[in-house]
Design a binder for this molecule. Structure first.
Ligand code: C2O
Ligand code: CU
Length: 549
């Protein structure tokens, strides 16, 4: 593949030039923000435990930051990336040198812009190979291929953001999904450049799948071929063979593909489309495709076979798949107990709007919240304020429990419950404590599935279910043996999910829904993990030349 940067075992300096580049998709030419002119951006190849440096130069018109999604960055929140959380954005004409510290991660991660909606086009794969002289815990693949799912708007993405932020309504839905930057045969003017995966009969391929779409979970399947999932979110899983997968925005899957089902046809579609379970919410219901093509087979028919995918609203299919994932490696700390519990609602909300003139329900402005606080992004970054003891940037009162208990997932909830508070509140966590977070979806405005992502950690997903979390009964059903170890958990529609992690990474870590519109609306907070007593338990000192606000 042309977009490949090979990195040696130890440190390396890669250059990311952020700039506008002209791309033609869906019959129209438009300028998009890219890294090094590539869409998707360059793939970073590293080995487990490497530390690398990437210098990002902003040659575009907007402020930008880059986040290394799923890289835990031990003691190093300085290079984590979310704008106004751990850094001020890189202004046009300026640069920042990111230090990216890998530790236990292996498999597929990714990088993306973490400011405004730039990540729509500013993203790429990170492939973490096993250490030298070690192997994957599964049969060695013949070839490894990044498969990045994206979402494309005909309109300028900054304009899409501006329009809905101003109107108070929902964002314009996208015009296409893409596989490695290409929409595929089911869209106008897209057949010629469809992404093709050339395979040889009898060989094994490792697909590094990333959902980089902005707003939708995706079902993915390949006609006549099953996939064997062997990794998720940078951690190995027990092999799971399946006909389709579900990937939420932010999540990754490593899938083995055996190229051995060639019949008389030599070409098969890989297809992806939305899993969107909410009622009355418009979404992009188009299907993106790539073509799996056997090199040594004559093409006998012109149209490849189309796979069958679960229906858009097939929650059972979505969670059947999610619920079958198990981690391969033994758990890293005892899951029998926890030190702190944070029980948080994740809700859609509405804010009053003058003269009821906004585009949300009944003239309101749409919002979103955790524990009824709709997060307000500060003007300068939280990490600096924490490090330098600057007052007035953030508060430390993110509630440990919902401020009000009601039937979270009930129907016809009183309208008054829909209005959140607006504030910049974080939760401070003691170093070394085992933290349980229970996310509780609500039916306010509309219930839907939320992919919740935590920076700085992977966490064990102990359990999930539909309806309200029952603190007595539900923990009895937790998986404490081999729960999946991920950085993004899909909280089921009108349901809950429980995770645990050990707070051994001091720093300032963003926690948010990975649906981009929900971040804009405020479905986020920050965990500040305090320093421990020993030197190696403390945050690294601030690097020189952090960007200024
Ligand atoms: Cu990929 Cu803050 O996220
Ligand atoms: Cu959400």
């Amino acid at each position: 593949m042309k977009c490949r940067l090979m990195l040696p075992i130890d440190s390396f300096i890669a250059m990311f030039m952020v700039k506008e580049t002209s791309y033609t998709r869906l019959c129209a030419k438009k300028d998009i923000l890219t890294v090094n002119g590539q869409f998707p951006g360059p793939t970073l190849h590293v080995r487990k435990g490497d530390t690398i440096y990437v210098k990002v130069h902003n040659n575009g018109r907007y402020n930008i930051t880059i986040h290394w999604h799923g890289v835990k960055q031990p003691r190093n929140p300085w290079s984590d990336g979310p704008a106004y959380i751990t850094q001020c954005p890189i202004q046009p004409g300026h640069s920042f040198n990111y230090k990216i510290i890998f530790s236990m991660e292996v498999g597929t991660l990714w990088w993306h812009a973490h400011s405004d909606w730039s990540r729509a086009t500013v993203h790429g794969a990170i492939i973490v190979h096993p250490k030298r002289h070690t192997k994957y815990p599964f049969p060695t693949p013949h070839e490894e291929v990044p498969i990045i799912f994206g979402e494309w708007w005909k309109e300028d993405i900054m304009r899409v953001l501006r329009e809905f932020a101003e109107s108070g309504g929902v964002p314009k839905i996208s015009d296409a999904y893409t596989i490695n930057g290409q929409p595929g045969d089911f869209y106008p003017c897209s057949s010629k450049d469809t992404f093709k995966l050339n395979v040889t009969y009898g060989k094994r391929y490792l697909l590094h799948m990333i959902n980089a779409a902005m707003n939708e979970n995706l079902f993915i399947s390949i006609a006549n071929h099953s996939l064997t999932v062997v990794g998720a979110d940078g951690s190995y899983t027990k092999p799971l063979t399946t006909n389709y997968v579900l990937i939420s925005p932010g999540q990754t899957l490593d899938c083995l593909l055996e190229a051995k089902h060639a019949s008389t046809r030599g070409r098969y579609y890989m297809a992806a489309r939305a899993y969107s379970s909410a009622t009355n919410i418009a979404f992009d219901n188009t299907t993106t495709t790539a073509i799996l093509q056997y090199a040594d087979h004559p093409v006998t028919t012109t149209s490849p076979l189309v796979p069958s995918l679960p229906c858009y609203n097939d929650t059972t299919a979505a969670f059947d798949f999610v619920g079958r994932l198990r981690s391969l490696d033994p758990v890293l700390f005892s899951l029998n107990t926890f030190d702190t519990q944070i029980y948080s609602t994740v809700s859609l909300n509405t804010l009053p709007c003058q003269n009821r003139s906004c585009a949300g329900p009944n003239g309101t402005r749409l919002a979103a919240s955790m524990n009824n606080i709709s997060f307000v992004s500060p003007q300068s970054d939280i990490l600096e304020a924490y490090y330098d003891h600057i007052k007035g940037v953030f508060g430390t009162r993110f509630p440990r429990v919902p401020p009000l208990f009601y039937n979270f997932t009930g129907s016809n909830l009183p309208l008054i419950l829909r209005t959140p508070k607006r504030a910049t509140e974080v939760r401070v966590i003691e170093y070394g404590s085992i933290v349980e977070v229970v996310f509780q979806g609500t039916a306010l405005v509309v219930g839907l599935d939320h992919p919740m992502h935590l920076h700085g950690f992977n966490f064990y997903i102990l359990g999930w279910g539909f309806g309200n979390f029952d603190r007595y009964k539900d923990p009895l059903k937790y998986n404490l043996v081999d729960p999946p170890y991920r950085n993004t958990v899909l909280v089921p529609i009108n349901g809950w999910a429980a995770i645990r992690f050990k707070a051994v990474n001091p720093g300032v870590w963003f926690l948010h829904c990975h649906l981009e519109r929900h971040i804009t609306w405020g479905m986020e907070t920050v965990f500040i993990v305090k320093d421990g007593n020993r030197t190696e338990e403390r945050m690294l000192p601030r690097p020189l030349n952090m960007p200024r606000c």
